[in-house]
Design a protein around this ligand. Sequence first.
Ligand code: OAD
Length: 231
Amino acid sequence: MRKIVLLTGAGISAESGLGTFRDVGGIWSQYDLEDVATPRGFVRNPTLVHDFYNARRANAMAASPNAAHAALARLEAEWPGDVVLITQNIDDLHERAGQRTVIHMHGELMQGLCVLCGARWPVAGEMSAAGRCPACDCVATRPDVVWFGEMPYHMEEIDRHLRDAELFAAIGTSGQVYPAAGFVMLAAAAGARTININLEGADGNDAFEESLIGPATRIVPAWVDHLLATV
Ligand code: OAD
């Protein structure tokens, strides 16, 4: 059976009320990413960085998964082959929609990471610069998210999946941030059909064979219905 590899970005959570990064009024027009999403920014001002992620965590917890998240969970449950979902999103809306396997290549907002001992733990409330690691009691703690200049997570596993994908679909991502922006080239080189689902025909997404333009909550459920009808 055919293997489907999905890559999601901020656009899939936009209709759940979570801001995207590069759209007009997006997160990177309100904050300097150097200050809040780099290791240097964290060393300079950890409280500013914690405040940024605390606010995003609170927003994510108040949000609900939408029809696009639900449709991808249905695809995973009903497709007779493998469905692999890679997300650049740090929210947990895919999991809350019922997706069983989610590869969080940019980490997870609802998790803390100890820089010293490598422990990870669930975080539902606020983190702070004085927060202690539950395993080793040090204060070298941070949100378990990948910042610019750091290596995304699970790259070897992702590479393996892209090499045997038969269909690669990107949903709600601008294609501006590597390595995720290069996945389409890898999947295509490995022989996959490629499809881009986005609110607009964005510049970073011209390497796809096909594109479906419109809001994810409308396009993704219809696309999943169409795929499942071919089974
Ligand atoms: P962007 O903000 O760069 O792009 C969001 C994309 O979603 C755009 O192409 C929009 O056109 C599209 N979009 C917006 N609303 C949509 C909707 N309702 N339906 C469908 N598409 C919609 O977000 P990402 O591509 O996810 O990394 O950004 C990639 C990475 O850059 C993020 O993971 C984050 C960011 O900086 C780090 O922080 C390391």
